[in-house]
Design a protein around this ligand. Sequence first.
Ligand SMILES: Nc1ncnc2c1ncn2[C@@H]1O[C@H](COP(=O)(O)OP(=O)(O)O)[C@@H](O)[C@H]1O
Ligand SMILES: [Mg+2]
Length: 246
Amino acid sequence: MKILLCGKGGCGKSTLAALLAGAYAADGRNVLVVDCDESNYGLHRQLGLELPEDLTHYFGGKKGAYREFDSKGRVFEKKWTPEDVPPEYTSRKDGIRLIAVGKISEAGEGCACGIGFLAKEFLNNLETGDNDIVIVDTEAGVEHFGRGVDEFADAIIMVVDPSYESIHLSEKVCDMCRAFGKPVYIVINKADEAQEKLIRETIRDKEAVIAAIRPDAGIMEAGLKGEPLSADIPALRSIKDKLEKA
Ligand SMILES: Nc1ncnc2c1ncn2[C@@H]1O[C@H](COP(=O)(O)OP(=O)(O)O)[C@@H](O)[C@H]1O
Ligand SMILES: [Mg+2]
């Protein structure tokens, strides 16, 4: 199963990616986390892993995937499984493997389109078995939808924090997912009981809401210190159950 996480900046996409990765790994699933956020550097820390070398480097840099595509009409010669990702481009521990498609690291190095293109080709080319869970963490907003990065996804989770912006964005995301025929689920994050109630009342796509995560002092402290996350929160079980039935 391939799961894509989306939502506005700071809503908790990477946090949920790391928590879900840990929860699935604890169930004995083979977890591949794909960091598609070219700007942020938090996810590997939340997982307690080193940042792996950019997968774009394997393809000769940000323009490499375009060059392959232009010369051969495709980027990948054959389908890849999670095991086919070259180990020198992954970091791993305890049943979790992390890859980073690419990061913008220098001023003036140009746009991130090549990274987005490779992410799309990679994820569309990736074959998963029954025990494989692929968790894709994205940059903020909906640009990846425009690029079609989500085509591969079996399920899309939109993280909604207590803000008007998040609630509004959820309508756009739900509309786009439905247009693509993709199942979309909403997870409310960082909301106390009263805020959760208000979000559930206000949000248009009420039936898509599958879980809520409270503001958590442990998560916040780990985020502040850049330390690995380990939170045993009941929402993770509900999310996994809902996705399993998808
Ligand atoms: N449920 C929560 N309780 C407390 N802090 C949270 C919670 N979820 C996320 N955070 C904090 O919010 C910040 C943004 O989260 P992050 O997952 O990086 O967001 P995103 O990836 O969507 O930009 C981080 O500092 C994280 O530790
Ligand atoms: Mg993030």
